[in-house]
Design a binder for this molecule. Structure first.
Ligand SMILES: Nc1ncnc2c1ncn2[C@@H]1O[C@H](COP(=O)(O)OP(=O)(O)OP(=O)(O)O)[C@@H](O)[C@H]1O
Ligand SMILES: [Mg+2]
Length: 510
């Protein structure tokens, strides 16, 4: 195997803070090389050096054995290096074929786009990925998983020889992950070198040939995955053995007063109607495929979306004029799954982000008491182990996982009685996950009612006192106690209603 792209003793600092030191990394054609490490370990920074977003301060980058100094991502792309970032770069208003060939349109000598040729090429690329998409479809209307595939097709159209995927499965689940993996394997067979970043270690074992571990900017090791097991890898990442990840569940489940109740909620774009009752002191898991309506249901409960039918009751009273603001005032909080779009203020400081919804607490006679605000921010940063060079820095400069911690810290500071969490540990490392689980359980033990949406089944199973499984906008079934098992959840998430009910009964031993 020939090495296509490498970092040699690469180092990088931001504002005098060193975030990568002496890192060696190689990816060969025909291999999947995973990069793992805790939040802030330097994974995204490493790929930004490899792909020309940043230049290394020390050491260097080699492309096909030759030292290079990328002046821009375009230059790296021209040499066959493509990155699929978590925030997609496709343009929603353009079609699939326009996106795939953006800037590299096949043209006539007069500079006119050869549309038939572009369509033919797009079809061939989609076929290579074994996906059934209309080249003329508008990208903004596609599912997240399909948009990811368009990104990959776009990379292939640029003759990518190295494909770098930064947490690609943070936004997809189940069948979509299986499809992505099929395509990764296909590209590997074609000789493409793949760099794969993920916090889901089971995926790393499934797909990667080698794995590189980074810790606090240092290169810990690079090993063949078949020489490793899960626990060894975790120990290399966190530098210690991890105790139990999930805290003990509620002693008495399902007996608290119902605080949030929804009946006959219709989720936009779905055929079904959903009912649910959320109780004090419990963690209620909401499972289901991406696209089954979980997030939309949470939006309706939070007042961020209206349902054409049904009612929502909070503490027994029907909600009049629901809105996010009135929900927050009533002690109902929602943690968004999309921290980029409607969670954080990227250009504002960490302190400002932490206190936006609890500002009045730090205000006296209309004046902001910055001392109080700073003290609160300092304790939140310590409690959640948020890594940053100083509280004045912009949230955009934090690593993905640390942004998620800011969002959660801000929400819990409001001490809500009802909490809706949408993918609370997305992009968060394993140590911080354990910490978040502990906090969520403490919240429930303190009497709050918690609804937790998650696409990670082990998280649903490890955390929930009860589980609702959603499919096509309705609740396909409920599981409790020992019947909360992977097969049962998957069955409910994918089967026909009648069959699913029979399945749930069998699972519950009825
Ligand atoms: N543009 C920047 N300015 C200042 N600091 C930065 C910048 N980009 C990254 N950092 C810092 O560099 C460190 C490494 O960040 P990086 O994004 O590489 O981590 P990561 O391993 O990808 O983490 P995660 O798993 O949370 O995505 C972090 O402490 C981060 O705050
Ligand atoms: Mg990252």
């Amino acid at each position: 195997m020939t090495t296509l792209l490498a970092a040699r003793r690469a180092g990088k600092s931001f504002d005098g803070v060193s975030v990568l030191r002496d890192v060696d990394f190689e990816v060969a054609g025909g291999e999947v090389h995973a990069v793992v490490g805790e939040n802030g370990a330097g994974k995204s920074t490493l790929i930004k050096l490899l792909s020309g977003v940043h230049a290394p301060d020390s050491g260097g980058i080699e492309c096909e054995g030759e030292p290079v100094r990328w002046q821009s991502p375009h230059e790296a792309q021209a040499r066959g290096i493509s990155v699929i970032h978590q925030e997609f770069s496709t343009l929603p208003d353009l079609s699939v074929e326009e996106n795939v060939h953006l800037g590299i349109e096949p043209c006539t000598r007069l500079g006119l786009i050869r549309r038939a040729e572009r369509r033919r090429r797009t079809r061939a690329l989609l076929q290579r990925l074994a996906i059934d998409l209309d080249p003329a479809a508008e990208v903004g209307r596609l599912s997240v998983a399909d948009r990811q595939m368009v990104e990959i097709a776009k990379a292939l159209a640029r003759r990518a020889r190295v494909l770098i995927l930064d947490e690609p499965t943070a936004v997809i689940s189940g069948r979509e992950v299986a499809l992505l993996f099929e395509n990764v394997r296909r590209l590997r067979t074609d000789g493409v070198g793949i760099v794969y970043i993920s916090h889901r270690l089971d995926e790393v074992f499934e797909i990667a040939d080698r794995v590189t571990v980074l810790k606090d900017g240092d290169h810990v090791a690079t090993r063949a995955t078949r020489q490793l097991d899960h626990d060894t890898l975790v120990k290399m990442m966190v530098g210690r053995e991890l105790a139990a990840i999930f805290p003990p569940k509620a002693a008495v489940g399902g007996e608290g007063t119902v605080v949030l109740e929804a009946a006959d909620i219709a989720v936009p774009g779905q055929s079904g109607h959903a009912d649910l009752a959320l109780r004090r002191g419990e963690v209620l898991g909401l499972a289901g495929m991406v696209g089954s309506g979980r997030t939309e249901l949470a939006h309706v409960l939070f007042g961020a979306m209206t349902s054409p039918a049904g009612t929502v009751r909070l503490h027994g009273r029907p909600r009049e004029d629901p809105s996010p603001a009135s929900s927050l005032r009533a002690g109902l909080a929602y943690l968004t799954e999309d921290r980029k779009r409607d969670g954080l203020f990227a250009r504002k400081s960490v302190v400002e982000n932490l206190t936006t919804i609890t500002l009045e607490r730090h205000t006296a006679r209309g004046l902001l008491r910055t001392g109080s605000e700073d003290a609160f921010a300092r304790s939140a940063i310590a409690d959640f182990a948020i890594q940053l060079s100083g509280p004045g820095i912009a949230v955009a400069a934090l690593s993905g996982g640390n942004q998620q911690k800011v969002l959660l810290a801000r929400l819990l500071a409001a001490e809500p009685a009802v909490v809706l969490l949408d993918e609370p540990t997305r992009g968060v490392d394993i140590g911080a996950k354990a910490e978040i689980y502990r906090m969520v359980r403490a919240l429930a033990d303190g009497g709050a009612a918690v609804l937790m949406i998650s696409s990670e089944l082990n998280e649903i199973i490890g955390m929930s006192d009860r589980v609702l499984v959603m499919r096509d906008g309705s609740i396909a079934g409920e599981l409790e106690g020992a019947s909360i098992r992977e097969e049962a959840i998957m069955r409910l998430a994918t089967l026909h209603p009648v069959m699913a009910e029979a399945g749930a009964e069998a699972e519950a031993g009825v």
